[in-house]
Design a protein around this ligand. Structure first.
Ligand code: SF4
Length: 192
C-alpha cells in the first residue's frame, strides 16, 4: 500500500442544458451539482448514491473518505484511475430530509442519459441506495446481489458495499476488495 496515494479526480462539467437544473428541488439544499468525476470515457462506471463533498467548509478541495477507500480498492485490484468514471444517482448531495423516491426517480433520468451516451463496458453500483435505484428494485440488497453479474438495462453490472459502510465496519474490507477484484478480472478479460 506504500505506493498508494489518493488523488483528486478531475470533475466532468455538468452539461450546459442542466447546469441550472431544479427538477427535483434539491437545489434548495444549497449543495452544488457534481456530474461525475474521473475519466468521462472510462470503461468502468461506478455509481454512488450522491456526490458527497469535494470541498471542505472553507472551499478547499479534498479527497473525502468515500473517495479514498474507493481509490484504495481500485488500486489494490490493479485498476488505473483512468479506467474509472464515478457518477451518482443524485447529482447534488442532500443535506436534510427530502422526498427520496421522487428525487431519485427524477434524477435517475439524467443517469439514464449519461449511460446511453457513455456506454460503459461495465457498471459497478456501490451501496444499497445505488443498487435499489439502478436496479429499480426496492428489495435489492448488496449482501445478496454481490459476487455475481447482473444484466441491468443491457449493461453488465456488479455491486459492492458503499465505501463509507466499509470505513465504518472494517470487517467489510475483504468483501469490498473481493468485489473490486471480481470487476477487475472481468475488465481485464474484456481487454484480452
Ligand atoms: S439532483 Fe438531479 S434532478 Fe436534482 S437538481 Fe440536480 S441534476 Fe436536477
Amino acid at each position: 500500500m506504500s505506493d498508494f496515494c489518493p488523488v483528486i479526480w478531475s470533475e466532468e462539467p455538468t452539461p450546459d442544458h442542466l447546469i441550472n437544473c431544479r427538477e427535483c428541488g434539491l437545489y434548495k439544499h444549497g449543495s452544488r451539482m457534481i456530474w461525475g468525476e474521473g475519466n468521462p470515457d472510462a470503461p468502468i462506471m461506478i455509481i454512488l448514491d450522491n456526490p458527497g463533498a469535494r470541498e471542505d467548509r472553507e472551499g478547499n478541495t479534498i479527497v473525502c473518505g468515500t473517495r479514498q477507500t474507493l481509490q484504495q480498492a481500485a488500486h489494490k485490484a490493479n485498476l488505473k484511475m483512468d479506467d474509472i468514471y464515478v457518477t451518482y444517482i443524485l447529482k447534488r448531495k442532500p443535506v436534510r430530509a427530502y422526498d427520496k423516491e421522487l428525487v431519485r426517480q427524477t434524477c435517475m433520468m439524467h443517469l439514464d442519459e449519461q449511460i446511453k451516451t457513455k456506454k460503459p463496458a461495465l457498471i459497478f453500483c456501490l451501496g444499497n441506495v445505488a443498487v435499489q435505484s439502478f436496479f429499480q428494485n426496492p428489495e435489492a440488497e448488496v449482501k445478496t446481489f454481490r459476487g455475481t453479474w447482473h444484466n441491468v438495462q443491457g449493461y453488465q453490472t456488479a455491486v459492492a458495499y458503499h465505501p463509507l459502510a466499509v470505513r465504518r465496519r472494517p470487517n467489510l474490507w475483504s468483501l469490498f476488495l473481493s468485489d473490486w477484484l471480481f470487476v477487475a478480472e472481468r475488465y481485464h478479460k474484456l481487454n484480452h
